[in-house]
Design a protein around this ligand. Structure first.
Ligand SMILES: *[C@@H]1O[C@H](CO)[C@@H](O)[C@H](O)[C@H]1NC(C)=O
Ligand SMILES: *[C@@H]1O[C@H](CO)[C@@H](O)[C@H](O)[C@H]1NC(C)=O
Ligand SMILES: *[C@@H]1O[C@H](CO)[C@@H](O)[C@H](O)[C@H]1NC(C)=O
Ligand SMILES: *[C@@H]1O[C@H](CO)[C@@H](O)[C@H](O)[C@H]1NC(C)=O
Ligand SMILES: *[C@@H]1O[C@H](CO)[C@@H](O)[C@H](O)[C@H]1NC(C)=O
Length: 612
């Protein structure tokens, strides 16, 4: 892990390192309109310490991307030949000249190597500085900005500059212009009487047959309450036994002080997975993250994610990554505060590890338009690095349909953030990143799209080749002019896939509760992916890694490997949203998984898929 150095008073260091370079001409690096929903209040306290993260360009990133697509394309002869940590690092390393020039600039402000921390590839430099120094370096003024709806505060600016000669050697610096608010994607949450389940469905109710290629059936109760058994039945995975010893692992990320409780996990196992009783998971704390085990501190999101992901994959070893540091924060606290979106801290940590779980699920996201484009692209490139190393990343697609899920118009973000204030659908980031798998939601048996399933088209990322065919087919079914101007028909389309997303029975602070959201869909789909990885590892095959090229290839050649969802829609922004249709759609993607079929495909020599 990188070491964090402590900032020392600049006045002292500056005596030694005063170099005239800091007085040279500056150029505006980034400038944003005043963010909607935030009010600029007082100037930021001069001695408030912020952690500046400086991204140096990655000139060889397109080469990394080429490798990523080759090793992730089931028809390529390099399929599965993932890159090593060192190979990935050499492909994202900045030019020596960029490192040198940025060092020189930092030194001119009294910041020397001892004050800096760097990512293993040296593509990020981090330094803690007081606001007064950041303002001098970036020729800007930081203010305390207050979020109108919640009163939360952040220290930000709407524009910053860097010396002209550094323009091509620095990609971005944050925290500066970022006003995003990461959210956990659990849309509905109800305390549920334990009796409710049995009261509603007689024990002898006949099972529901599932109209899927597997021709299976599920317990009648699954229409009201989703359990581990329901998911294994629905997705044709009953009876598959993953190995605890083939090296397969599954990871769950936690943010926003969401704690995964181990006592609740035992109650959940006793209820739904008795053979897993007494087993637990490994916790990794990142950047001041915690996992407080006091029962009352258990987080609904963290419990949902861990109980279902580990319950579906037992005895696969599970890891819970708890990352601390989140905006907003109280600006009067003069301790160093990292106020960037914590995905970056998580990436920073995990990319520095040799041993990473092959399947990782995340149920947190931001409205894409609130994340500065430069930052979104850099974080997305970080996910590509994990994919190249053989890691499959799942993200919940969102709980607001085509909108942001806010019922209160004062909080709604269904507008462009470019100062024009035009109406616009709201895709979420990171699911909009083309290097992750976005998971939408279904409900009931037979499955239909759940109304809140996040879906749509990125305004930042163009449509990747792997989904061109599936998405254009869908776009061709839209009546001409449908939602014209509300979405970018050339954007990366989400979700890629779907899974059940409501009525999940979990244990929280000692009680059974019913909970829903695409938060539930991501760990569910991840559980199925982890089982596929287990089947592959047991056969001596490499893990699946970046999934999307494989998903769309299978969908094109063997569509019954996914259960196509054709009923439902995802309203938002005052519209009925898109419809679930035959084939891919921006509500449920290519559909929900049929594990049995997928396992047969991915444990065969994938090159033979071409002949299916
Ligand atoms: C499941 O519940 C939904 C919603 O209440 C209902 O429309 C559907 O018919 C039910 N399915 C079965 C098989 O009873
Ligand atoms: C869990 O531990 C308890 C107490 O040691 C033991 O009685 C029980 O059999 C264990 N259950 C399993 C499934 O290992
Ligand atoms: C965990 O939370 C409880 C209740 O809020 C608190 O009393 C306790 O100090 C916390 N424990 C740790 C280790 O932070
Ligand atoms: C943008 O439009 C919305 C809806 O018409 C309105 O409520 C809001 O005040 C407008 N905001 C700005 C900054 O013009
Ligand atoms: C969804 O389907 C309904 C019913 O067929 C249709 O009226 C509507 O136009 C469709 N919506 C979109 C966005 O295609």
């Amino acid at each position: 892990m990188r070491s964090l150095s402590v900032w020392v008073p600049v006045a002292l260091a500056a005596v030694v390192f005063a170099v005239p370079a800091k007085d040279c001409a500056h150029k505006v690096k980034e400038s944003v309109p005043p963010p909607r929903g935030w009010t600029k209040s007082a100037p930021a306290p001069a001695d408030h310490v912020i952690e500046l993260r400086i991204a140096l360009p990655q000139p060889k990133f397109s080469e990394l991307e080429k490798h990523l697509y080759e090793v992730s394309d089931p028809f390529h002869d390099r399929y599965g030949q993932h890159l090593s940590k060192e190979e990935v690092e050499s492909l994202v390393a900045p030019e020596a000249e960029s490192i040198h020039l940025v060092n020189e600039w930092l030194a001119s402000h009294g910041l020397i190597e001892d004050h800096l921390s760097r990512s293993p590839a040296k593509d990020w430099v981090t330094v803690k500085v007081p606001v007064s120094l950041a303002e001098e370096m970036l020729k800007t003024e930081y203010h305390v900005w207050t979020h109108d709806a919640t009163g939360d505060a952040v220290v930000r600016t709407t524009a910053y500059s860097i010396p002209e000669h550094l323009d091509s050697h620095v990609e971005l610096i944050q925290p500066t212009t970022m006003f995003s608010r990461m959210k956990s994607l659990k849309t509905s949450f109800r305390i549920n009487d334990a009796q409710e389940k049995t009261a509603l469905v007689p024990a002898d109710a006949p099972p529901i047959s599932v109209p899927s290629a597997s021709g299976g059936h599920v317990d009648a109760s699954c229409n009201q309450t989703i359990t581990i058994t329901c998911l294994l039945e629905l997705y044709n995975a009953v009876g598959f036994k993953p190995s605890a010893k083939n090296g397969n692992q599954i990871g769950i990320t936690g943010y926003l002080e969401q704690f995964a409780n181990k006592e609740d996990l035992q109650l959940f196992y006793a209820d739904q997975r008795p053979d897993a009783l007494n087993s637990s998971f490994k916790t990794i704390l990142i950047n001041g993250g915690l996992n407080n085990q006091t029962l009352s501190e258990a987080g609904a999101e963290a419990n949902l994610d861990t109980q279902f992901a580990y319950g579906l994959t037992f005895p696969t070893p599970g890891t819970f990554f708890s990352t601390g540091g989140r905006p907003p924060f109280k600006p009067d606290v003069l301790t160093p505060t990292n106020t960037n979106e914590p995905y970056l801290d998580w990436l920073d940590f995990v990319l520095a590890q040799k041993d990473i779980p092959q399947t990782i699920s995340t149920s947190y996201a931001d409205d894409e338009q609130t994340v500065p484009e430069s930052f979104a692209k850099r974080v997305c490139n970080g996910f590509a690095q994990l994919g190249a190393r053989g890691v499959s990343l799942m993200f919940s697609s969102g709980d607001g349909g085509v909108g942001d899920g806010e019922e209160d118009p004062a909080l709604q973000q269904c507008f462009t953030n470019d100062g024009r204030n035009a109406t616009r659908f709201v895709p979420l980031f990171p699911p909009a990143c083309p290097f992750v798998t976005a998971v939408g939601g279904t409900i009931h048996v037979p499955e239909t799209a759940v109304f809140f399933s996040g879906g749509g088209f990125s305004d930042v990322f163009p449509r990747p080749a792997y989904q061109e065919l599936a998405v254009t087919k869908f776009l061709d079914t839209l009546a001409p002019g449908t939602y014209k101007g509300l979405f970018n028909p050339n954007g990366r389309a989400i979700p890629d896939v779907a899974a059940q997303a409501d009525l999940f029975r979990i244990f929280l602070s000692g009680r059974p509760v019913s909970i829903g959201g695409t938060s539930a869909a991501a760990p569910t789909f991840s559980g199925i992916v982890s089982l596929l990885n287990s089947a592959r590892l047991s056969k001596g095959l490499p893990p699946l890694g970046f999934l999307n090229p494989l998903i769309y290839a299978i969908h094109a050649l063997e569509p019954t490997a996914f259960n196509d969802i054709t009923v439902g829609n995802n309203p938002g922004c005052g519209t009925p949203g898109f419809n679930a249709t035959k084939g891919w759609d921006p509500v449920t993607g290519v559909g929900t998984p049929n594990f049995g079929k997928l396992k047969d495909i991915v444990t065969l020599d994938l090159l033979h898929i071409a002949g299916l």
